[in-house]
Design a protein around this ligand. Structure first.
Ligand code: NAP
Ligand code: ZN
Length: 348
């Protein structure tokens, strides 16, 4: 099947219209017409080769919501017309301990990413959600609960699961104190999810301008990260800090904010981190950890959780033609709070 997407041809080039052939439908495949596609900061990192492993041309996008248009002979979970979703993974070995325990993101062979990853059968590079269509193995297709607004649901597939998973890993619930560093796509979902789980939630942002939004989203408190006095007053108050900052930065000011045995989990910057002082870690048996998206079963659990509590991201709808401008705004942290591409309104 021929399809159209938007691709970057090099780290320097903007994304432009690109035609390509989707892989042939296999027996266990679901063919999807993409309706909405979220814009994650990882798409920007990958398009610009920030992590050093991008192969061009690249069609980004791993927050996909769409409609089933065809299924392979052995598919039994989905049928034509179903509303489905795809996140960051489209395949894995399905044999190793981690795949068996529902944590395909840690597949011993490495999971197949939704874009820019070799297909396990043909070695062709996968192409993501900035497109009209995608074909995905049934096991990696999620069901969108009926009550969720389709136009807003796409960001749940990465921003949602990437923040839901650490909240579950570190047992956040009523009485937990959680801080979220960086109020962007991931950060604003972390606020909503942690609030729904019953936690007391504090936002740490560089910008006072996000305070009103943070409180509106349900946060209980707001800390300006460069206000030293307020930071000192918040010492030893958090069970969990989720750090979503997308660049190398100094963790030293955040570590003392943890209680004894508290955990700061990184979900943002992938790569070298600025040197930090271990003194406050040692003095409070505090931990620095990290987290990677979430497994397929957990992603479905998150979608169902969001349907139950009616949790959806704050979105700015754009067309495919506006993606380069959207990337520029994402770079400046000027998004409220996730861009979603409306494929049907796009005329490429
Ligand atoms: P985003 O929407 O751009 O949000 C990042 C937020 O971090 C910004 O809104 C800003 O918040 C803060 N920030 C931005 N630049 C900063 C800087 N130079 N110094 C300090 N703070 C800064 O990005 P996102 O889509 O949420 O993604 C965040 C990161 O998570 C990216 O690096 C992405 O690749 C990564 N990611 C990881 C996983 C995973 O599985 N671990 C999954 C998805 C994404 P304030 O203005 O409030 O300070
Ligand atoms: Zn993402």
């Amino acid at each position: 099947m021929k399809t159209k997407g938007y691709a970057a041809q090099s780290a320097q080039s903007e994304l432009t219209s690109y035609e390509y052939e989707c892989r042939a439908l296999r027996d266990d495949d679901v063919a999807i017409e993409i309706l909405y596609s979220g814009v994650c900061h990882s798409d920007l990192h990958m398009a610009k080769n920030d992590w050093g492993w991008t192969v061009y041309p690249i069609v980004p996008g791993h927050e996909i919501v769409g409609r089933v248009i065809d299924v392979g002979a052995k598919v039994n979970r989905y049928k034509k017309g179903d509303h489905v979703a795809v996140g960051c993974m489209v395949d894995s070995c399905q044999q190793c301990t981690h795949c068996h325990s529902g944590e395909e993101q840690f597949c011993e062979e490495g999971f197949t990413q939704t874009y820019n990853s070799p297909d396990r059968h043909t070695q062709e590079l996968t192409k993501g959600g900035y497109a009209k269509n995608v074909i995905v193995r049934e096991e990696f297709v999620l069901r969108v609960p009926e009550s969720l607004d389709l136009a807003k649901a796409a960001p749940l597939l990465c921003a949602g699961i990437t923040t839901y998973s650490p909240l579950r890993t570190w047992d956040v619930g009523p009485g937990s104190t959680v801080a979220v560093v960086g109020m962007g796509g991931l950060g604003h979902m972390a606020i909503k999810l942690a609030v729904a789980m019953g936690a007391h939630v504090t936002v740490l942002s560089r910008s006072q301008s996000k305070k009103a939004d943070a409180m509106e989203l349900g946060a209980d408190a707001f800390l300006l990260s460069n206000d030293e006095q307020s930071m000192e007053q918040a010492a030893s108050t958090f069970d969990l800090i989720i750090d979503t900052v997308p660049v190398k930065h100094d963790l030293t000011p955040h570590i003392p904010l943890l209680k004894v045995d508290g955990t700061l989990t990184l979900v943002g910057q992938v790569g070298p981190m600025a040197e930090f002082n271990t003194m406050p870690m040692v003095m409070g048996r505090r931990r620095i950890a990290a987290s990677l998206i979430g497994g397929i079963a957990e992603t479905q659990e998150m979608l169902d959780f969001c349907a139950r509590f009616n949790i959806l991201p704050e979105v700015e709808m754009i067309t495919m033609e506006q993606i380069n401008e959207a990337f520029e705004r994402l770079k400046r942290a000027d998004v409220h709070y996730r861009f979603v591409i409306d494929m049907q309104k796009s005329s490429f």
